[in-house]
Design a protein around this ligand. Structure first.
Ligand code: ADP
Ligand code: ASP
Ligand code: MG
Length: 415
């Protein structure tokens, strides 16, 4: 008998928000099974359930222990998978739901942003071989001491792609409330255009710079293990966006997408003693506090003093502030904090071979009278921090300037 193909289907929160949507997801899974596939479904918590659970936690403790937070948040996904299994069984197909712990999705112990270390694919395969659709709770794992962990907000995408890699799945479909990856968030810029394909490198930058459509870590898995990811709508059968290594015309496209990250804080250490070892001291202390630091800028002000600034996600802000307050006397500096900022980025592999992109970005913002707080770049992106209240305006003006409201073939600079 020919070996069956394995399909992983992931359904996000809005795609399982109520009974009707759960039944719709169940039908998609059954259709894939009837099409000759072994099917693994990864599901998120229903609708805004994770937000509600966080609110519940904050009502009883404004600073809840992170282990208990994971214990609580994981219940959102656990509800969905059992309901989905019931719906599938109700439609006459065999199904079984599993938690992250039950499939031995082993992670490190960094609660609320754990990283996957290994998955025992044999536990899932055993059920698949019995003709069951296996429904796995996304976003959660278990550490080596059996504590429940979660992978960070939006982490079900990572569960799905990591499972697709571990099972050597033939397809990995991410069903969501948009019909693919757009040039920017269509909720902010309604003229954004859907992309047929996007490279791992570009979507990885977009995801880590605020494009919430995919969890950044999921793309790292996809790229490393060659999982072709198909982002598509749970409400239609339309082809969505393929995330893959090669994209035709890639070098000719100056800017593929733009993002905004509002969930950010900037920390500046001013007047740090300019001597070897001080940057190491600061960042070692932040690492010890398990703070993930983005975009570090250090500038020498004089032979005696230097300024260092960096950004952190809002979720890490309290820990970062505590760590900086502890270390600042040791490096003899003052610390300033800004939470009223947004980071606007433009991303494109084509930037490697084109000049003038930075100029066009800065002059577009200048025309809109938007002040730039700081600038960071990589080979394929430029990011500016701006006042949060000007963030959407900045994003929209850049989308228009780089013609992100037009299909690639219609953009004036694409040959
Ligand atoms: P799910 O619950 O299915 O995981 P998410 O809310 O996490 O869905 O992600 C889908 C949302 O991501 C869309 O509704 C859209 O507003 C937002 N988004 C942000 N940037 C983009 C982009 N570049 N392309 C498509 N959607 C985007
Ligand atoms: N339920 C989790 C969240 O809301 C994980 C996910 O949806 O991917 O962040
Ligand atoms: Mg999501």
């Amino acid at each position: 008998m020919a070996k069956k193909k394995i399909t992983v289907q992931k359904f996000g929160g809005t795609s399982v928000a109520n009974a009707e949507k759960i039944k719709n997801a169940a039908m998609k899974a059954i259709a894939a099974a009837k099409g000759g596939n072994q099917v693994v479904v990864v599901a998120s918590a229903r609708g805004k359930q994770t937000d509600h659970l966080i609110a519940d936690a904050l009502e009883v403790n404004p600073n809840p222990p992170k282990r208990e937070m994971d214990q609580l948040l994981s219940t959102g996904e656990q509800q969905t998978v059992s309901l989905l299994a019931m719906a599938i069984e109700g439609m006459g197909h065999k199904a079984i739901s599993m938690t992250g712990g039950q499939i031995r999705m082993i992670t490190d112990s960094v609660h609320t942003k754990a990283r996957i270390k290994s998955i025992d694919a044999s536990r899932i395969k055993k059920h698949l071989d019995k003709g069951r659709i296996v429904i796995v709770a996304g976003f959660q794992g278990i550490d080596e001491n059996e504590n429940i962990t979660t992978l960070g907000r939006g982490g079900s995408d990572t569960s799905a792609v990591a499972l697709a890699a571990a099972l050597k799945a033939d397809t990995c479909e991410i069903y969501t409330d948009v019909d693919g990856v757009y040039t920017t968030d269509p909720r902010i810029f309604s003229d954004a255009v859907k992309m047929d394909m996007i490279s791992y490198d570009e979507i990885l930058e977009m995801a880590s710079l605020g494009a919430g459509v995919m969890h950044g870590r999921s793309i790292e898995f996809g790229k490393k293990y060659n999982v072709v990811i198909h982002v598509r709508s749970s409400m239609s059968d339309k082809i969505g966006t393929l995330i893959t290594h090669e994209v035709p015309q890639m070098e000719g496209i100056l800017v593929s997408g733009a993002t905004i990250e509002k969930n950010l804080a900037k920390i500046s250490l001013v007047g740090v003693d300019n001597k070897p070892g001080n940057a190491a001291k600061i960042f070692a202390h932040l690492a010890q506090a398990k703070v993930s630091v983005n975009d570090i800028i250090q500038t020498e002000v004089s032979t005696e003093k230097a300024n260092i600034s960096f950004t952190v996600g809002k979720g890490d802000f309290a820990d970062a502030q505590k760590a900086v307050e502890e270390i600042k006397k040791k490096v003899n500096c003052e610390a300033f904090y800004r939470q009223d900022i947004a980071e606007i980025s433009i991303i494109g592999v084509g930037m490697r071979t084109h000049c003038g992109v930075a100029n066009m970005m800065f002059s577009t913002l200048a025309k809109e009278k938007i002040n730039i707080d700081s600038i960071t770049t990589s080979e394929i992106r430029i990011s500016c921090l701006v006042d949060k209240e000007q963030g959407d305006k900045a994003l929209i003006s850049l989308c228009k300037a780089f013609e992100l409201d037009k299909p690639v073939s219609k953009r004036s600079y694409v040959k």
